[in-house]
Write a protein that binds this ligand. Structure first.
Ligand code: C5P
Length: 248
């Protein structure tokens, strides 16, 4: 099982800023560096996704890790088990703290990934159903039934395969928590502070709602990265997480 350094159920107290993951959805390493510098300690984890990684490669990750930042590498790996296992090892070599793989890659792929991560501190997260997919989209790729049934199935599979958590929408957190119990990370994107622009997100939750529903971490991009004062926006979210943590 991959390590779970910080969950709601861990006995060690978790700082609220370590539950906030800032999505660095910017095209260049220079912009990523500038944002991380502006944010300082206001956020605990930075998410490098496909856009930035494809443009700048592993150097951008090495750079952030060597400057003391914790990095969530969101590459949503999905390939044959051998290839995914080697990619997981490469990510561990970069020093990332969190990495995503697709739960729909199946048990052999998930097991190969978790075995590759076993001796490390990497938190391996399985993506259940992309929030951009609805029942109609799922049926077109041959998956019948409701989205929540597929989320439920993949969360169980991720846990039994040794993953440390899942990425899922906030509206699925309580269902997932009831299936996986404590000690399993649930990471919610699609989070918007009350009154913030929704951008292209549709089914959003506030930071407090997400934490109260069982999320261990939230991913926030544009409400922080496009704010006039990103550090202040992040700090306001951290305060909201602190209050929700205290109340749950
Ligand atoms: O700017 P915003 O807060 O919408 O950014 C959300 C981040 O979370 C983006 O990097 C997006 O790719 C990611 N994400 C998401 N929904 C998912 C999975 C990942 O919004 N289901």
């Amino acid at each position: 099982m991959t390590k779970l350094p910080e969950t709601a159920s861990s006995s060690a107290p978790v700082r609220a800023q370590d539950r906030l993951i800032v999505a660095l959805d910017v095209p260049t390493a220079r912009q990523a560096r500038e944002l991380a510098a502006q944010l300082g300690d206001a956020a605990g984890i930075y998410k490098v996704g496909l856009q930035l990684f494809t443009a700048e490669g592993p150097a951008v990750v090495r750079d952030m890790v060597s400057s003391g930042k914790r990095v969530f590498l969101d590459l949503k790996l999905h390939d044959i088990p051998n290839t995914v296992a080697h990619a997981v090892k490469s990510a561990i070599g970069l020093g990332v703290s969190m990495l995503t793989i697709h739960g729909s890659g199946g048990p052999a792929m998930l097991k190969a990934a978790t075995e590759a991560a076993a001796a490390s501190d990497l938190l391996l997260l399985a993506v259940t159903v992309l929030t951009s997919m609805d029942e109609n989209e799922l049926s077109q790729v041959g998956i019948g039934g409701r989205v929540q049934d597929q989320v439920h199935r993949l969360a169980k599979l991720a846990q039994s395969s040794g993953c440390g958590g899942v990425v899922a929408s906030a509206r699925e957190s309580s269902l997932i928590r009831s299936v996986v119990g404590d000690g399993f990370a649930i990471v919610n994107p699609g989070v918007r502070p009350a009154g913030a622009e929704l951008n292209d997100q549709r089914r959003v939750a506030t930071p407090a709602e997400a934490i109260r529903a069982g999320a261990t971490h939230i991913v926030v991009g544009r409400p922080i990265t496009q704010a006039a004062d990103p550090a202040q926006a992040a700090s306001a979210i951290v305060r909201e997480i602190e209050q929700a943590q205290a109340g749950r």
